[in-house]
Design a protein. Structure first.
Length: 298
């Protein structure tokens, strides 16, 4: 993957509906070059641009990282995790554990019930759970704090944007029977209130252009001091404070194993980092943020 591709993907993770013109200005490229590269990345499924409803808006106040160790092949357990509506992310990994999943739920009691269900899956040997206390960097994380009421047109727009975050206002308007300008106003309102976030989801793993590595951190002293540094690194795609066997979890996304190793070494050298445990994402099996949202009364 070229630096141009990596920079374009980072920009689209921040704003999946950014115009070709604004992307070209930000990246110092021509509009023709940006449009061509974006089309290629979309056509070969390197990225998808999707809309994701904010978890807090859905009442999902508990987000957890679940690591699973299996007996024998992990495919059956992975399939069971993928089928659960609470999972937004499932990945086969290399490391101490065999699979990781991110689950989003309303309450801690619901999380306990899900963990019990996972432990009951045949071939599951061990489950370790980290609860996110705050996410300091990452796409599709909760930032909704408002009081927004949706109507049927809003929910129809959200459903369409969950499938294709870059669908044109004209195409949206044809479905909901509004003018492109009226649709643009509604979408902007939903985004400004953080009801929906629109960004790029990238295919990752050895079979794709970029590779991903998760790292659990044990910290000494001030968590903020470490995470405020880490969140500025271009290779860090995600960072969160956690409760559990680690004080924080981060995800590196880089083009080569060498770049992942360099990032890990840089992390280990930070004052305040006492221990790290890393795992390589071998195959991302599920990354799906499309969710049902509260029913709109008729």
């Amino acid at each position: 993957m070229t630096d141009f591709d990596a920079e374009l993907i980072r920009a689209l993770r921040e704003d999946g509906r950014a115009s070709i013109r604004s992307l070209a200005v930000d990246l110092g490229q021509t509009r023709t070059a940006v449009a061509s590269r974006l089309r290629l990345l979309l056509d070969d499924r390197t990225i998808r641009i999707i809309g994701a409803v904010d978890p807090f808006f859905l009442g999902q106040h508990v987000i957890a990282h679940v690591s699973i160790r299996t007996a024998g092949a992990s495919a059956g357990v992975a399939a069971a995790l993928q089928a659960r509506e609470e999972t937004v992310f499932v990945s086969a990994i290399g490391g101490v554990y065999d699979l990781v999943a991110e689950v989003r739920l309303g309450t801690m009691s619901e999380l306990h019930a899900v963990i019990e269900d996972i432990r009951a899956i045949p071939q599951v040997l061990d489950v370790s759970t980290l609860v996110y206390t705050s996410v300091v960097k990452g796409p599709f994380v909760s930032s909704y704090r408002g009081d927004v009421v949706l109507d049927e047109t809003d929910t129809a727009l959200i459903e369409l944007l969950q499938e294709d975050g870059r669908i044109s206002f004209r195409a949206l308007g044809e479905v909901v029977r509004l003018s492109p300008s009226a649709v643009a106003t509604r979408v902007q309102r939903l985004r400004a209130a953080h009801v929906i976030q629109i960004g790029a989801v990238e295919a990752r793993g050895p079979a794709h252009r970029r590779q991903s590595m998760g790292v659990g951190l044990s910290l000494l002293g001030d968590d903020d001091a470490v995470l405020s540094i880490v969140r500025t690194w271009p290779g860090v795609d995600f960072a969160a404070r956690t409760i559990g066997r680690f004080d924080a979890v981060i995800t590196f996304v880089e083009p080569t194993p060498g770049a992942l190793h360099a990032g890990l070494e840089q992390l280990r050298s930070l004052p305040g980092v006492s221990h790290t445990e890393a795992w390589l994402h071998l195959a991302v099996l599920k990354e799906d943020y499309a969710r049902q949202f509260p029913h709109v009364p008729e």
